[in-house]
Design a protein around this ligand. Structure first.
Ligand code: 5GP
Ligand code: ZN
Length: 134
């Protein structure tokens, strides 16, 4: 079966894309830890960060920084996490390298990695629009 993130990159599966360049695509996670949780995905298919060609790493990190700034500027988060899982034992469920960028707010207690969801497709669309259009 073909990789689900490769299908998203090719546009064969819809996603709430917030950024794209020649190397990377970034879209909202469908099971967010916090609303606005975004995945930054190198277009080059590689299962683990150790499989990714070195020249793809800097563009990916630049996109992570750009996405994190967008989350802070447009959603008003106070901080954020960047996480990247490698291997099933580390919690990786999609074997295509990706960076989680998770917005965090003061006063919400100890951050968790529990999968959540949007209250409605409209809520997800509104957050997507805020990130894309300001
Ligand atoms: P991992 O556990 O591999 O580090 O993270 C995979 C992430 O991909 C999970 O947070 C999961 O919610 C997300 N995910 C899985 N399938 C899809 C999908 O089809 N679309 C989107 N937008 N996110 C997905
Ligand atoms: Zn892939």
């Amino acid at each position: 079966m073909e990789c689900i993130f490769c299908k998203i990159i090719k546009g064969e599966i819809p996603s709430s894309k917030i950024f794209e360049d020649d190397h990377v695509v970034a879209f909202l996670d469908i099971g967010p830890c916090e609303k606005g949780h975004t995945l930054v995905v190198p277009k080059c298919h590689a299962a683990r960060i150790t499989d990714l060609p070195a020249e793809e790493l800097l563009p990916a990190m630049e996109a992570v920084r750009r996405v994190a700034k967008l989350l802070c500027d447009r959603l008003g988060c106070d901080g954020f996490n960047v996480l990247q899982n490698n291997g099933e034992c580390a919690g990786q469920t999609v074997p295509h390298v990706h960076f989680h960028v998770v917005p965090r707010w003061n006063g919400r207690g100890k951050p968790t990695w529990k999968e959540g969801k949007y209250d409605s497709p409209e809520e997800m669309a509104a957050i997507h629009a805020k990130l894309v259009n300001g």
